[in-house]
Structure formats: C-alpha cells, structure tokens
Write a protein that binds this ligand. Structure first.
Ligand code: ADP
Ligand code: MG
Length: 365
C-alpha cells in the first residue's frame, strides 16, 4: 500500500506550456481520489507524472515518504488503465491478462492461478478463450482493468477509463471499479471530466482548472461547501444558479429583485459597494417553505422539461436565466409567473472579483 505526497509539483512542457501549477496534495494509503476538471486542465499530465511517464519539472513527489521523482514506473509499483484500453487483438482474454506476467518470466501455474483469480473478481471467467473483437465495450474495459489488477501493485491509476462506454455500461462499471477498490485496497487516482463519476466514486475529489487545484474535499464538502465560483459551477447538474449584482445598503438589487444579504453573510458591511454573485442550486428551492428563513424570488417560466422523477424549469428573473428542479406534479405552465423560495442555508454569496466564497457561518445540509 502507499501514501502519496505532492509538494509544489509543476509541469512545464518542452514547448514552454505550463500545464500544472504548484500542485500540493497528500493522498492517504488506500484512498480513492478523483482528479476532475474540464478537458485540458492538466489531469492526465498530473497522472502521467505519478506514473513516471512524464518528468516532473519542479517540486517533490514522494511515495511513503521516499522521494520518487526519479523512480521508474516499475520501482513506483504502479499499474495504469487508459481510456483506449488497447488490448492485443490477436490474443485471447486469458493471454491478454497473462501477458505482463509472461514477460516477467513468472511460472505458468502461478500465472494460471492469478488469471483465474482476476477473471473471477471481474466476472470474466466465461470469456477467457474469446478474442477482444468478440467482446462488448464494457467487457474489453474489464479486461483492461484486469490486466492492471493482475500485477500486485500499491498504486492504481486510471485515466478516463469509462469514456468509451455507453451511459448504461458506465454506471455498471462505476460500481464495479468501486467494489474492486474495496477488495484490493490499492491507493487509487482516477481521472475524469465527469463530475457525476467523481461524486459517486471518490473518497475525496480534487477539482482542477487551468492547471491549478481549485479545491480538495469529500463529495459532500464540494457539493455543500464550494470554496469558489469555479467549484460551485462545476459540481452539480444542472449547475448552480448565479445572480450577479452590486451590494448597496446590505442588499443585492437586480431589477425587481432585492435580496437582503444580512442573514447569510457574517460581515455584510464589508461587502458594501462590491460586486457579488448570489447563488443557489436548482434542487435546493422550496415551493411551500415553512418559517421565514428564506428568500422569495419571482420568475417567469420559459420552458419546462419533464424528466420523470423531476421537472427542470427554465425561468428568468428579470434578465437572469435560472434552472429550477420541481416535483413533476408541481410543474408550472410555460409563460406563467412562478414564485419559489431559496432557504438561507441553501444560498451562497461569492465575490465577483476574487471569485471566492464570502464567509458565513450557516450549516448546510
Ligand atoms: P486533461 O487530461 O485535463 O484533459 P492534459 O493534462 O492532457 O489535460 O493537458 C493539459 C494541457 O497541457 C493542455 O493544454 C494540453 O494541450 C497541454 N499538453 C499536453 N501534453 C503536452 C505536450 N506534450 N506538450 C505541450 N503541451 C501539452
Ligand atoms: Mg486527459
């Protein structure tokens, strides 16, 4: 097993592009960590530096307290699964699984034992004699995972391993990978651009943007306590609603809407004259609020979408477009006025300039 430490890791590619900036992180032994962020934010670069496939330009990478910057992949005890699972087409599933072990010159009976054990974990026993062309995408991905799993390693790296699967297979493989992690226990770094994958699989998530860590936390922490506008907008689907304006007299006034920020920020005086963003999640609104700890917002409905378990309501509050999730039985008519409540504990304020959250002491749940 392995504990990983990143100290001010930077990557500058030979062409001068600075892909990763001051990456600092401590990954606990056996932890499942997701690196998440949009395409090009530096996830693969970071993973490839862990794997030893890419030089670390500056900073220290440690495995169990030992400096690993110069270690080979093998010395690091790493296995990696890529997006393109790259199975050998002319080898059977058995031979694909056994390939690495055969190269290492391991005894045939030991290989047999390991292949059978791995095939069992992954439900591949019925397919051992098949060639990759006779497998579904999900089965191929399972062989790719098996090929990494069969070598006893302390660190498991996966780079968007489910991207080539259809939506249904992705959901199935998601829970399978989690279960494998639970039984194998290797420290795992999983790269994805899909926030749902990150939310459902991780012990902790690292949100990245433009080569920089935005926030590290459990799925719960990132959802309820985003530190900045990027994380607030990235985690959650549909995304958080943002209403922008300037604070005057402790209030955010936008057209007809006037929101007194006193109940939801610690020091409202410090915000006077500042441009802020008032934010709330589509699913956090209430239609029959109890008590008075909420804002009431009036909107006009543009469009509704029945999804089955909920209806997405696309509405506007003056010039601002918002998305609201409501019970399908409460779906408003298109074109009608629609009034909803945002509980204080579900409302956030961000500073537009710094993009950071404005501190408050509300407990969110
Ligand atoms: P992600 O995996 O998050 O999509 P990458 O880590 O692959 O992002 O890439 C991060 C940034 O580094 C991107 O802008 C990409 O174009 C750039 N990049 C990746 N590889 C190289 C390279 N070999 N040389 C120069 N720039 C690169
Ligand atoms: Mg990538």
């Amino acid at each position: 097993m392995a504990q990983l430490t990143f100290k001010n890791i930077n990557k500058v590619y030979p062409n001068g592009f600075h892909a990763v900036h001051d990456f600092n992180l401590e990954i606990n032994d056996g932890e499942f960590i997701c690196l998440v962020g949009s395409s090009g934010c530096g996830k693969s670069t970071t993973l490839r530096m862990v794997a030893g496939l890419e030089d670390i330009t500056a900073g220290e990478f440690l495995i169990d307290g030992k400096l690993a910057n110069q270690m080979t992949s093998r010395e690091r005890g790493i296995a990696m699964v890529f997006q393109s699972y790259a199975l050998y087409p002319h080898l059977t599933v058995y031979e694909n699984l056994a390939f690495g072990l055969t190269l290492e010159g391991i005894d045939a009976d030991v290989i047999e034992e390991k292949v059978q054990a791995t095939a069992k974990i992954l439900g591949l026993e019925p397919y051992l004699d098949r060639f990759p062309r006779a497998l579904s995408g999900g089965q191929c991905q399972r062989v790719a995972v098996g090929r990494a799993l069969i070598r006893k390693v302390n660190i498991f790296l996966m780079d968007e391993p489910l991207s080539n699967l259809d939506a249904k297979q992705r959901v199935t493989m998601r829970s399978e990978i989690k279960q494998i992690h639970r039984s194998v226990g290797a420290t795992t770094i999983y790269v994805t651009h899909d926030q749902t994958e990150a939310m459902t699989m991780s012990d902790r998530i690292v949100v990245m943007n433009a080569g920089r860590i935005q926030q590290v936390g459990t799925p719960f922490e990132l959802y309820f306590y985003p530190r900045n506008l990027f994380v607030a907008g990235f985690i959650g689907e549909p995304p958080m609603n943002f209403i922008k304006g300037t604070v005057e007299g402790g209030k955010l006034t936008v057209g007809e809407l006037s929101l007194d920020l006193t109940p939801i920020v610690n020091d409202v005086a410090a915000l006077e004259g500042r441009k802020v963003v008032f934010a709330f999640r589509p699913e956090a609104i209430e239609l029959d609020p109890k008590g008075s700890d909420h804002y009431t917002i009036n909107s006009q409905v543009d469009l509704t979408e029945l999804l089955g378990d909920t209806t997405n309501v696309y509405a506007n509050v003056g010039d601002v477009n918002v998305i609201l999730k409501v019970n399908p039985h409460k779906t408003p008519a298109m074109g009608s006025g629609f009034s909803f409540a945002v509980p204080y504990k579900a409302a956030y304020v961000f500073d537009q300039e710094t993009e950071q959250i404005v501190e408050n002491s509300l407990e969110r749940h």
